[in-house]
Design a protein around this ligand. Structure first.
Ligand SMILES: [Zn+2]
Length: 330
């Protein structure tokens, strides 16, 4: 995909998401991307692998895992990208490593086994070409411990370093002949941060409904560090529909009657109308919690969420249960 259908109406904000597999762009940040696109920003996507190792996770898609999962997931990705409306999608073409608890089990020739500089140089070339002011990757631990998600973080961070270094020649990769580019703000996306789980879980119970998260909350309490709550929340309930369309485009991966659709959407829009991010690095002073990924960068900001104090229209979110001390992320 390379056609830019909206060039005439774009402003200078440029946002880039780096994702590991087809469907990650739908489950992490899709409504945010749609909101920025509608507000006139350029939003590009980098997809590292083809998702070839994905299982068939949707019972209503048939009962046999297709032989050519890679080709099917490429088509699903295309449909998802169209639903969200990304300006461009860059597919790196690495082979999905599959989910492995033990890194020693990751097969040779897959993304997570690739020497880090090879995919990082590709990401760096795309950063030089696209010149995003904001890049979104995953947390250092991947957000969940899939080897490709951990690799996604490593490759993005290394790609950012290579892209800005004038000593690094990248002429052999697409976009690498463009000028070096320093990305001033870098975030990690979250899918189910603790505050979102708790808000939706409690809201469903209060409404007398069953919560699909009961077991998960128990398990997280017992077995796993639930991870931090976001320090940046993008208000995007009006774009959940585009996110859902993108999710449904991944027919082999997402059960339309399953987990991802377990909360009535009218309730979800009220209980947690955000997508959450963790600020990994900023060249500018920021006040957390932020309500705009471009806050502090002297670029246009999203209109404030309805009902928020117009005095907060400088990109700051209303604090949610945490202190609002200024912080410098770096
Ligand atoms: Zn993934």
């Amino acid at each position: 995909m390379s056609a830019d259908l909206h060039a005439a109406t774009r402003d200078e904000r440029r946002l880039m998401f780096v994702h590991a597999h087809p469907d990650d762009e739908a489950s992490k940040g899709a409504a945010t991307a749609a909101r920025y696109l509608d507000d006139g920003a350029e939003v590009t996507l980098v997809t590292c692998t083809g998702g070839e190792a994905g299982d068939l996770l949707n019972p209503s898609a048939g009962d046999a895992r297709p032989d050519d999962m890679g080709a099917i997931r490429a088509r699903e990705l295309e449909a998802s990208v169209a639903a969200i409306g990304f300006t461009r999608n860059h597919v790196l073409g690495y082979v999905d490593s599959g989910y492995h608890m033990d890194p020693a089990d990751v097969p040779d020739g897959t993304f997570a086994r690739t020497p880090i500089d090879e995919p990082s140089r590709l990401v760096a070339g795309l950063i030089r070409r696209e010149r995003p002011q904001v890049v979104v990757t995953y947390p250092e631990d991947g957000g969940y411990p899939h080897p490709d998600h951990i690799m996604n973080h490593l490759v993005t961070v290394r790609g950012l370093e290579l892209a800005e270094d004038p000593e690094v020649a990248l002429d052999d990769v697409p976009g690498g002949d463009a000028e070096p580019w320093r990305v001033p703000k870098v975030y990690a996306s979250t899918a189910f941060p603790p505050e979102r789980l708790r808000a939706i879980h409690q809201g469903l119970l209060d409404a007398g409904l069953e919560s699909p998260y009961t077991e998960w909350l128990e398990q997280r309490r017992d077995e796993r560090d639930p991870g931090p709550d976001p320090d940046t929340r993008i208000w995007c309930p009006e774009h959940f529909e585009r996110r859902d369309a993108a999710l449904r485009a991944h027919v082999t991966q997402i059960d339309p009657d399953g987990f991802w659709f377990g909360t009535p959407r009218d309730l979800e829009r009220v209980l947690y109308p955000y997508e959450g991010y963790l600020l990994l690095r900023s060249d500018v002073l920021v006040n957390t919690p932020e309500a705009d990924l471009f806050a502090g960068l002297d670029l246009p900001l999203l209109p404030p969420a309805p009902g928020t104090d117009p005095a907060d229209a400088d990109g700051q979110a209303t604090p949610v249960g945490s202190d609002n001390a200024p912080a410098v992320g770096r």
